[in-house]
Design a protein around this ligand. Structure first.
Ligand SMILES: *[C@@H]1O[C@H](CO)[C@@H](O)[C@H](O)[C@H]1NC(C)=O
Ligand SMILES: *[C@@H]1O[C@H](CO)[C@@H](O)[C@H](O)[C@H]1NC(C)=O
Ligand SMILES: *[C@@H]1O[C@H](CO)[C@@H](O)[C@H](O)[C@H]1NC(C)=O
Length: 451
């Protein structure tokens, strides 16, 4: 995954997504990137309802309006609600979420999480219950959406046990971790088409090959394909969930750039708010401390700002919906983002008491580079400066989406991280200062700040 140039201290890499550089990661040689989209493109965000934002008055009744308004403004069409066996939460919060979405003209649909939901009667009941709600998400033909997250196939037949028992027509997009689009297309009982979940262990180029195989299958069988894309992945909740993944290596930008070329019918960002796995794009601070898992938010999630992922998403979404196959940036869309871990990947904290087999470092920590990723979206060229712990690096950025990565894995590059530019960006002085990169500390932190 990591080019050899990364071995040079303070090396700077600049990968440019120019008009001329297509097929960047393709192993296939499908020379055209013509859209074979089957329908109106839509974009969804996976949503964990159990992380309920508190009511504005501090009441326990959750207020989802901030999340919905932010998602709408970024161009999302709906939240895909992760439906688990958490009956108590769903009995109250799902109705509140549907009501709020209805009021705000936003849409929702259910994703049946078959890793914990084993009751097919409940799946049918809940799908029927909201099928004619005004906030129910539907495809262009008016069929309600339903999808799933599956590690193994569930103990029921989706067609005969579920879809045939829903009172309205259904577009069921079956979740899969499969890496071959042509193989998945041969499996019966897979609904209208596949929903490809992300593969945390795959690099960006491997994931691009998987995506291409699903695009090829869609192009030949005409069935809609929903691609999942995640900005980050770090999970450290117990001895058997202590992971860093290849997904961490700037993959969000790579995946979107590839997906724009092959144009899935639908795209689902995974996720809006799954704090526990660090792949959220929504605002971390809408979740109350009491809703977070151990250890405390301050120790683990640290309220880390992921707003850059949401802002990048808005640009990618408008590009995707327009049918354009590469990102162009208007003067009003200009922005420069950066993201990085606040600790070196090999950091050994002083007071991290996980009884992990892989203690003290998460599984696959050795595959991760200590980078500050810089992602300029520019309408005109500019020079971007990163002051990383007092060491200034510059990159001449062209007039479109580009990205670079700066190593920080020397003590000199810990400390403040400051992003500036040679000219105003979207009419304002660029001057972003992120939290310091530090070593030591109390807890291991593999999540990222993205701003
Ligand atoms: C179906 O779901 C609704 C909404 O959660 C619930 O009120 C109702 O009790 C459920 N019915 C059955 C038979 O489980
Ligand atoms: C760690 O990396 C190996 C080799 O790439 C991979 O097979 C494994 O799935 C990874 N583990 C996790 C938790 O991603
Ligand atoms: C950037 O912001 C910092 C802190 O607010 C300030 O000290 C510094 O002068 C600013 N730099 C520029 C170029 O505006």
């Amino acid at each position: 995954m990591y080019p050899s140039a990364f071995t040079a201290a303070y090396a700077i890499l600049l990968t440019i997504f120019a008009t001329a550089t297509s097929c960047l990661h393709h192993t296939h040689h499908s020379h055209t990137h013509m859209s074979k989209r089957t329908t109106t493109p839509m974009v969804f965000a996976h949503f964990m309802i159990q992380f309920a934002p508190p009511g504005l008055d501090g009441s326990s009744t959750p207020d989802y309006s901030t999340d919905i308004n932010l998602a709408k403004a970024a161009g999302f069409d709906a939240f895909a609600i992760d439906y688990t066996d958490n009956a108590a939460i769903f009995a109250t919060n799902l109705d509140i979420l549907y009501q709020t979405a209805g009021t705000l003209d936003f849409k929702l649909f259910l994703t049946i999480d078959t890793t914990t939901m084993f009751d097919v009667d409940q799946v049918v009941n809940i799908t029927n219950f909201y099928a004619d709600h005004p906030a129910q998400a539907k495809d262009a033909a008016g069929k309600i959406f339903l999808s799933s997250f599956e590690v193994n196939p569930p103990g029921w037949n989706w067609q005969t046990d579920v879809i045939d028992n829903i009172k309205v027509p259904v577009t069921f997009l079956a979740g899969t971790l499969g890496e071959s689009g042509s193989y998945e297309a041969t499996i019966p009982d897979r609904g209208a088409g596949p929903f490809t979940w992300v593969h945390p262990a795959l690099s960006a180029s491997e994931e691009a090959a998987v995506d291409q195989s699903y695009a090829d299958a869609r192009n030949s069988n005409g069935k809609p394909w929903m691609a999942g894309v995640a900005p980050w992945f770090f999970k450290r909740l117990s001895s058997d969930t202590n992971w860093l993944n290849a997904q961490d290596s700037n993959i969000y930008i790579d995946r979107w750039v590839e997906l724009l070329k092959i144009q899935p019918d639908y795209i689902e960002v995974i996720s809006w708010n799954d704090w526990g796995e660090s792949h959220y794009i929504g605002p971390a601070d809408t979740t109350p401390e009491s809703e977070l898992m151990e250890p405390s938010k301050a120790d683990y999630y640290g309220n880390l700002d992921h707003s850059a992922f949401l802002k990048m998403s808005a640009i990618f979404i408008s590009t995707y919906k327009s049918g354009a196959t590469k990102v162009t940036v208007t003067a009003e869309q200009e922005d420069v983002f950066f993201f990085y871990r606040p600790q070196p990947v090999n950091n050994i904290p002083s007071d991290d008491t996980y009884p992990d087999n892989a203690w003290p470092l998460p599984e696959n920590a050795s595959s991760i580079a200590d980078n500050v990723y810089v992602v300029p979206f520019l309408a005109e060229p500019a020079t971007i400066y990163l002051n990383s712990g007092g060491v200034v690096t510059s990159m001449d950025s062209p007039s479109f989406l580009s990205k670079g990565a700066v190593l920080f894995n020397t003590p000199a590059n810990q400390g403040a991280q400051i992003l500036t530019a040679s000219r105003p960006i979207n009419g304002a002085t660029l001057n972003k200062t992120g939290i310091d990169i530090t070593s030591g500390g109390n807890r291991y932190q593999g999540n990222v700040v993205a701003m």
